[in-house]
Every structure is written in structure tokens, then in C-alpha cells.
Ligand binder design. Sequence first.
Ligand code: SAM
Length: 232
Amino acid sequence: MELSSINLILVGVEDNFKFKGRRRILALELEKKGITDNKILDSIKNIPRHLFVDPGLSEQAYLDKALPIENNQTISQPFTVALQTQLLDLNEGYKVLEIGTGSGYQAAVLAEMGVKVFTIERHFELYNEARRVLKDLYPDKPIQCRFGDGTIGWAEFAPFQGIIVTAGAPEIPESLLKQLAIGGHCIIPVGNERSQVMHCIIREDEQSFADYPLEDVSFVPLIGKQGWSGDQ
Ligand code: SAM
């Protein structure tokens, strides 16, 4: 092996060691803020979030804050990722649809929870990069990425026991409600283009849905046929 390859491996090992401690601290922070599901906390401890952001931002990757990614979008704050995941009330083997793959970090958390992940992103560069990182990290996990408008859902694989929308919607897309399994949870921020309220919608039967408005949040806009119009 050449010296430069050995150096690269050593740098990788050192980085992993350094970031492992930070991941543990982040998980403790999320626990203090109200995340009680140990599987979620364990996934936060396991996932190398620094690989989902630009290398220039890796020193900030384990702070509990949203960070910029390509196409003027963001990787959500870890607390928001953990909260949305907790609200999904997941069991292993569930099918979960995510709208807004972004960096792929939320999809990684879902994959670590043992669910089948279907994730859609409307920006090709983000879709492509997230798919690459997820494939590298989880070659054997059931994660399907799709490029396109997630507001119309993914009918081919419906119904989903969980639907998570990681962009702010003007209203709840009809297609997503139709694709939610009975008993399933849809977690979606609804409001205007700057601030929203997180909703947890539970499908009670074929016709009725219980809608629980929760806390105030701020997401980038959900753009598409059943979202905002625009080209951000
Ligand atoms: N879940 C992401 C993560 O872990 O990095 C964070 C996503 S970011 C807050 C919201 C994402 O939703 C952006 O990447 C944006 O391009 C995407 N988005 C907005 N409207 C969309 C749509 N109609 N279909 C799919 N993706 C959409």
C-alpha cells in the first residue's frame, strides 16, 4: 500500500473517532430536549452526519442546527429530524415515504430504524448525491430514491404506514392522504413559505383522519403540483 493511502485511512480513522464523541453528545442533547425513543437516539449516535454536508461544514455537523446544502436547500436540524421520526411511531418493516430527500440524512435515520424507505427529491443534484451517499453507507438496506415531485406521492408502493414531509406545505397534499395506510401517521409542516405548524395526521379509517397540530417550525417550501408553485 502506498504511503498516501495509509495516510488517508489514518485520517479517516481519526475523523471517525473524533466525530463519534460528538455524535454521542448530540444524542444526549436530543434526549434532554424530549426525544425518548432509544432507537432514534442510537441512530443519531451511529450516522456520520458530516458525510451528508459539504466537507467545509463537517466541523458543524454535530451541532443541533440546520445547515445549507446544494440548490439553496437545508439539511434539517437533528432535533427536527428526531422529532418527526418519533411522531411517525414506527415499527420495523413499515413502509415509509419521505418527501424531500435533501441530503439523505433523514432517510438514513429511517433506514437505521429498520423501515423500508421510499424517498423523493425534486432537485436532480440533491437526489443524485443523496442516493450515492446512502448507497455507500447502506448497500444492503431497503432504500429507494426517486427524482421528481413528491407532492403526488409514490402510488406504486402505497399504502405507506408513515409519510414524512420535510418541506413546508401550503396545505396537506390530497395524494399523500390517499396513500396513507389506515392507522398510518403523516408528519407534515403546514403554513406559509416562512413559518409553519407541524401536523401529525393519523388515518382512522378509509374516510376519516385525525389532525393534531403541534409546534411551530420553519422549513424550506414544498414546491410541486400539490404544494407551492415556483422554481426554488
Ligand atoms: N430531509 C432532508 C435531509 O435530511 O437533508 C431535508 C430536506 S430540506 C429541509 C427539504 C427538501 O425538500 C429540499 O431538498 C427540497 O428540494 C425538497 N422538496 C421541496 N419540494 C419538493 C417536492 N415537491 N418533491 C420532492 N422534494 C421536494
